[in-house]
Design a protein around this ligand. Structure first.
Ligand SMILES: Nc1ncnc2c1ncn2[C@@H]1O[C@H](COP(=O)(O)OP(=O)(O)OP(=O)(O)O)[C@@H](O)[C@H]1O
Ligand SMILES: [Mg+2]
Length: 252
């Protein structure tokens, strides 16, 4: 059961002893996690380790759990695929599920945040991949959340669009300072964006790295590379770390 409401003063998420089983397998196995208000946390982990499962639980979409989960009720969620309703225009997708009244104005405000005001009347099928992803982000922002749950929101984007989307999320966070939990496969993305990077393994948070690099960040500094190598090791792909990333990836 997910208990809504502020968990403890200063925390947007507080999880204790969380277990999620599928049949005989405990995908999440006595996991603990705290996210402070306004903190940007990135979550890494091998494919199939349970990252999306955890995010769905925090989004209150999965209740078959044991343990305690406290999560801020004002949360916005964006999934790896944008999941827009094809029969609703973009603006209408953004406010789907909101109570009546002032919907168009709310949609416009959220679309403006993601630079998509001009596509408000478009149909989802006419959006580019990056636009659809931004529409999905606008939908997550429309309730003015104090917690953003983002499940690989840049996963399907080409490299350039991905950089722009990363910069957008960094800007939004600088502006609003919501707590963010960003699931990603990309160690560099995690290090460019997050205050803290978690590695999920064997159903728990097996490692965490505090990222004290000053912002704006660029890839390639000694501190950046040290954390990168450490995280790749925890992900079990340490041998790939020998070659440092080529130049600056994102100047945010
Ligand atoms: N409803 C379900 N029923 C049975 N098994 C499930 C269900 N949902 C997820 N799983 C299994 O739980 C494991 C974790 O899935 P999850 O989607 O959380 O992984 P993930 O870490 O997000 O992986 P990826 O990085 O590939 O997105 C997988 O082995 C998956 O097959
Ligand atoms: Mg996943």
């Amino acid at each position: 059961m997910v208990f809504p409401g502020p968990p403890q003063v200063g925390l947007s998420v507080s999880v204790r002893g969380l277990v999620r089983r599928f049949g005989q397998r405990s995908i999440i196995d006595r996991l603990d996690l705290d996210i402070r208000r306004g903190e940007f946390v990135a979550l890494l982990g091998a494919s199939g380790c349970g990252k999306s499962t955890l995010l769905r639980i925090l989004a209150d979409l999965d209740h078959e759990i044991e343990g305690k989960v406290f999560v801020s009720p004002r949360r916005g969620v964006a999934f790896q695929s944008p999941r827009l309703f094809p029969w609703k225009r973009v603006w209408s997708n953004v406010v789907a599920g909101l109570p009546r009244g002032g919907k168009r104005a709310s949609a416009n405000a959220a679309l403006e945040e993601v630079g998509l005001t001009h596509r408000g009347d478009a149909w989802p099928k006419d959006l580019s991949g990056g636009e659809a992803q931004r529409a999905s982000l606008a939908r997550a922002l429309v309730r003015n959340p104090d917690l953003l749950l983002l499940d690989e929101p840049f996963g399907a984007l080409d490299a350039l669009t991905r950089l722009k989307a990363q910069a957008l999320v960094a800007d939004l966070w600088q502006k609003h300072r919501q707590a963010v939990l960003l699931v990603t496969h990309d160690v560099e993305e995690a290090l460019l964006l997050a205050d803290r990077v978690l590695v999920m393994r064997n159903g728990v948070v097996a490692h965490e790295a505090t990222v004290e690099l000053p912002r704006p960040r660029t890839a390639g500094s000694a501190g950046f590379n040290r954390l990168r190598v450490q995280l790749l090791d925890w992900l079990g792909v340490g041998e790939w770390a020998a070659e440092p990333p080529k130049g600056a990836i994102l100047d945010i």
